[in-house]
Design a protein. Structure first.
Length: 427
């Protein structure tokens, strides 16, 4: 049986996880799948660095040519991260007729068409299961197991760091800054948490996932994005009182040729399956016309879960032997002409404000909402016996633009001291 030689680009969290799995399970994979996989070379920045997973020094290199120009290597697996030089190295591997497996969501979200064209031209595969939700096999499920469906809605918790932070804020009533610091200490958040807490990481993943689910390009530039940095323990507490859990959701909906895609903090009812997803776990809730509602749940990051997705892609690549699958849509960087990308979608809203505690304020604010056609579903008004009081509204479905205009007008009311937060609600 031929040995399939794989070149690794990177040996950090994901690389060492994939290496461990391939090493420990080589015999088992061989017996089960009749594929003999060997890691032949590993590109790193520093070949002298101490590694947490032991590796023979002769396997390490800091010269990309040892992999992309090695005729024995037929599969290149990339987990370096970032756009450059990963893009250049992957293109070079594809041009040299090597199938590529990658965990790099930013690269796929931004340069997918270029990479896929190079793969097609050279008759090799491009796999990216690990780029969305780590160990959850969502790409394979959408591409291969749900082909019978028109998928019209995806709602996902696809960033573990923010879910960990929001869980702690909710369960322990603590502030964002405090929990973030703790998450950084425990290794759940990066020293620079921007990509996670501002929703950038989730936006890349949503771009990839929505594109394959809707068979239409959903470019990163068309995804509305809002992070969790302005969320307070009070927002979460009042949400709970109203029967909601707060999550950073990646949401995409398709109706005919109209697509909306957005990442933002979202209240969901406590009986929604996504509300039970705690700590750093991920889950993706999908609505298909044939399958109905379904949800996949699991580890969205980590060396072994992400390594699991990488190894699965490597095995699939070996099994497909030239019959590679490419995207089903016109995969270009620019938006598709036949798709209407919506920015004025409809949702319910939670609005928390601080007002002067005096008669008539509630009626005035209700009047402004009425002027913009926003109808109120419920109100919490609390007087603490002081001059000011919190006032919380939940609306019926309203358009984004109507809500923005209503909030601008409400801010001008002299008895409204602050609009503290506006958070969308989904069901
Ligand atoms: N971490 C996760 O749980 C997870 C989950 C899903 C997807 N991903 C994606 O997987 C990728 C890797 O993440 P990670 O957490 O494994 O990163 P990481 O721990 O920082 O590892 C990066 C590896 O790439 C090597 N590297 C970086 N730049 C290089 C360069 N210019 N030349 C040669 N080698 C270079 C580093 O070499 P040295 O070791 O010598 O520094 C290191 O071994 C990212 O795209 C990430 O978004 C990660």
């Amino acid at each position: 049986m031929n040995v399939v030689k794989v070149g690794f680009l990177g040996f950090g969290n994901v690389g060492s996880g994939a290496y461990k799995i391939l090493k420990e399970k080589r015999q088992e994979i061989f017996h089960r799948e009749k594929i003999n996989i060997e890691v032949a070379k590993i590109l790193v920045r520093d070949i002298h660095k101490k590694r947490s997973v032991p590796v023979q020094p002769y396997l390490l290199t800091d010269d990309i040519e040892d992999i992309v120009n090695n005729p024995d290597i037929s599969i290149v697996a990339e987990f370096m991260g970032g756009v450059e030089p990963a893009r250049k190295y992957i293109l070079s591997a594809l041009e040299n007729k090597k199938t590529v497996v990658t965990a790099n969501k930013e690269l796929i979200a931004k340069h997918w068409p270029e990479l896929e064209k190079a793969a097609q031209k050279n008759g090799v595969g491009l796999y990216y299961e690990a780029s969305v939700a780590g160990g959850i096999p969502i790409i394979k499920v959408v591409n291969e197991s749900l082909q019978a469906n028109d998928i019209h809605e995806i709602m996902g918790i696809i960033n573990g760091t923010t879910n960990y932070i929001l869980t702690k804020m909710s369960e322990e009533g603590r502030d964002y800054a405090q929990v973030l610091k703790e998450a950084q200490k425990l290794g759940y958040a990066e020293p620079d948490p921007t990509a996670d807490v501002e929703g950038i990481d989730a936006m890349y993943k949503l771009s990839i996932l929505a594109s394959i689910a809707f068979h239409a390009k959903v470019p990163v530039d068309f995804i509305y994005r809002e992070g969790i940095t302005s969320i307070t323990a009070e927002d979460i507490e009042y949400g709970k009182e109203l029967g909601y859990a707060l999550k950073l959701l990646a949401i995409a909906k398709r109706e005919g040729d109209a697509i909306q895609a957005r990442v933002h903090p979202t209240f969901i009812p406590l009986n929604h399956p996504l509300s039970a997803v705690r700590e750093s776990y991920n889950a993706i809730f999908i609505k298909g016309d044939a399958v109905g509602n379904m949800m996949l749940y699991g580890r969205g990051a980590g060396d072994m879960p992400t390594g699991s997705a990488i190894v699965s892609d490597i095995i699939t690549a070996c099994q497909q032997k030239g019959a590679y699958r490419y995207t089903t849509f016109y995969n270009e960087n620019h938006p598709s002409a036949y798709i209407c990308y919506l920015s004025n979608w409809t949702s319910e809203f939670f609005i928390r404000m601080t007002v002067r505690d005096k008669p008539g304020v509630l009626a005035k604010i209700a009047g402004v909402f009425g002027k913009y056609g926003v109808s109120i579903a419920s109100v919490i008004q609390k007087g603490y016996g002081g001059d000011t009081a919190p006032l919380i509204f939940v609306t019926h479905p309203a358009g984004e633009l109507s809500m923005k205009s209503a909030i601008e007008d409400i801010k001008k009311e002299e008895d409204v001291l602050r609009v503290e937060n506006v958070i969308r609600v989904e069901r």
